[in-house]
Write a protein that binds this ligand. Structure first.
Ligand code: FAD
Length: 496
């Protein structure tokens, strides 16, 4: 049997790509290395408590907004129950040493009012910032569904100015600059490195609206799985792709799985990490300069993550998260601070069954993957004792960090699990165990959907942006090159 396309990797971008292509009449196979699709977002259960893993909340899922339209196009919406976060404060942002706290609302007008209350003398900076974010967000293809944007060339501003340079021009107020930069933690690139335009695409979506999904990443994964089944996409799990086989005309003719089995096709879409892609293709598939560029891509931070089963969800974490830093400084290497002064993000899981008696809470701090380097050759479940001792110490410190920040947690914790960069690496098959794959930063040229090899395309968080929305947009972008952008945009417009 010959497929039109094999999609490599069943994360959000691969799942979405497979659906879009199948909906447009292509015969598609989807191949995932993990035992089940979407290892990054499907969450897990420990001692009866569900924990979300790579999906807690997203922007732009409000009725009529862009992600809502894309979910409808993908056939996911009827299977999902959206849970709006608190419009008056979806993130409680706190700067510990400065004693500063602000409930960050969503909706541009609410944000403007809240910021003006906190910074009454900064109206011109606040207005210019919000207008710039809004305009920039609306000027990107597939965030804006107007096909004419495609004719105006590559999106502008992806190589500068940086968010920091832009804010430095607007104001000298350190607190305001911190408030407008703290959501850099959602993509792992600090304000001096991230292009303002990229920040606008990510933060801008959360400024529109913020939602979770009942049942979290597990429900989202189930919705994808049902839709793939309905569309007759063949899903192969538990065997990674070990090789993309090329025909003499340098287009993919098939893929080989790790067990040697082959699937024939006339095109491939890879959604795996760019370094993993290099392992799958012959050296001759790409020019040496392109290979070098992929090898040199800088990675986002990794993390320590504590999953806590709690008897009660503190009031401040109901439809709301805590985002905390120790001071105004968001520059550079957060992961080298002592653990108790690193930025902390705490959120709750949204279980499917609302009558559950225990809830899953998640605390995340940035971490360097160098910390776990001594055990990098070990295999999950069979690591040396020293690693587990190291992990216990991290879990203890992170729990203390969380309890100090949310005193209501103390005495309510039943059990906890800890993840390090090795956990992220081995469960999600991201070669470096980073939070968000490669950085999107000024001066770094990430790969694009089209490659030199005919009918070999790229999608995923490295191509467009991290996050559910970035991964889904990358799927639409790559399929636009196959189906025709104008035709695809016209199809999506029906849902807006
Ligand atoms: C702790 C954490 C919390 C997060 N929270 C949020 C959040 O609240 N909201 C949000 O929007 N985003 C969040 N994100 C980011 C978001 O989860 C990701 O950006 C997004 O899921 C990436 O999707 P993807 O398809 O690009 O990549 P992936 O999900 O990494 O997909 C790539 C797939 O390829 C597979 N693979 C690798 N090699 C091979 C091979 N050789 N053959 C076959 N398959 C292979 C992998 O197993 C993987 O499933 C979070 C991320 C992390 C780590």
């Amino acid at each position: 049997m010959k497929y039109d396309f094999v999609v490599i990797g069943a994360g959000v971008s691969g799942l979405s790509t497979a659906i879009i292509l199948a909906q447009n009449g292509y015969h598609v196979a989807l191949v995932e290395k993990a035992k089940k699709p979407a290892p990054l977002i499907r969450g897990f259960t420990r001692k009866g408590v569900y924990f979300d893993s790579g999906f807690h909340y997203t922007g732009s899922l409000g009725d009529g907004e862009i992600l809502d339209a894309l979910f409808q196009y993908l056939g996911l919406s009827d299977r999902l129950e959206k849970v709006p976060f608190d419009p008056d404060g979806f993130d409680l942002i706190r700067c510990q040493e400065e004693g500063f706290e602000l409930r960050f609302p969503y909706g541009y007008e609410r944000i403007r009012e809240r910021l003006l209350e906190a910074f009454p003398l900064e109206s011109s900076a606040i207005n210019e910032y919000l207008q710039t974010v809004k305009d920039t967000f609306n000027s990107f293809p597939y965030l804006n569904l107007n096909p004419d944007f495609l004719d105006s060339g590559a999106p502008k501003g992806l190589h500068g100015p940086s968010l920091k340079d832009f804010l430095d021009r607007l104001t000298t107020n350190a607190a305001l600059k911190w408030v407008l930069s703290v959501h850099c933690l959602l993509h792992g690139v600090p304000p001096e490195e991230v292009p303002l335009a990229f920040h606008a695409c990510i933060a801008g979506s959360y400024y529109e609206s913020v939602h979770g999904i009942k049942g979290g990443g597990r429900s989202l994964t189930k919705a994808y799985e049902s839709q793939l089944e309905k569309l007759d996409v063949d899903v192969y799990c538990g065997q990674g792709v070990s090789e993309i086989i090329f025909s003499p005309d340098t287009s993919p003719a098939g893929i080989r799985l790790q067990d040697g089995k082959t699937l024939n096709c006339r095109g491939c879409i890879s959604t795996v990490h760019p370094i993993e892609l290099l392992n799958l293709v012959p050296t001759s598939a790409f020019r040496p300069a392109f290979r070098k560029r992929l090898f040199q891509l800088e990675e986002t931070i990794s993390a320590y993550i504590l999953y806590i089963a709690s008897r009660a969800v503190p009031e401040m974490l109901i439809r709301n998260n805590l985002v905390m830093t120790s001071d105004w400084n968001l520059t550079g290497l957060w992961e080298n601070n002592p653990l108790n002064s690193r930025p902390l993000y705490v959120c709750g899981s949204l279980p499917e069954d609302s009558k559950v008696t225990k809830s899953g809470l998640i605390g995340i701090v940035p971490a360097s993957r160098n910390d776990t380097e001594p055990w990098s050759q070990s295999i999950s479940g069979k690591r040396p004792l020293e690693y587990y001792q190291f992990k216990e110490k991290i879990a203890f410190k992170l729990r203390q960090h969380m309890e100090r920040s949310i005193p209501e947690l103390a005495g309510n914790i039943e059990h906890a699990e800890c993840a390090t960069s090795l956990t992220l690496r081995d469960f999600t098959h991201n070669p470096f165990g980073s939070m968000y794959g490669v950085k999107h930063k000024i001066g770094q040229y990430n790969p694009l959907p089209l490659t030199k090899a005919k009918n070999l395309y790229l999608a995923g968080q490295a191509i467009v942006a991290p996050g559910i929305m970035g991964a889904i947009i990358s799927a639409f972008l790559v399929c636009g090159f196959i189906i025709g952008h104008k035709q695809l945009l016209k199809q999506i417009q029906k849902y807006r």
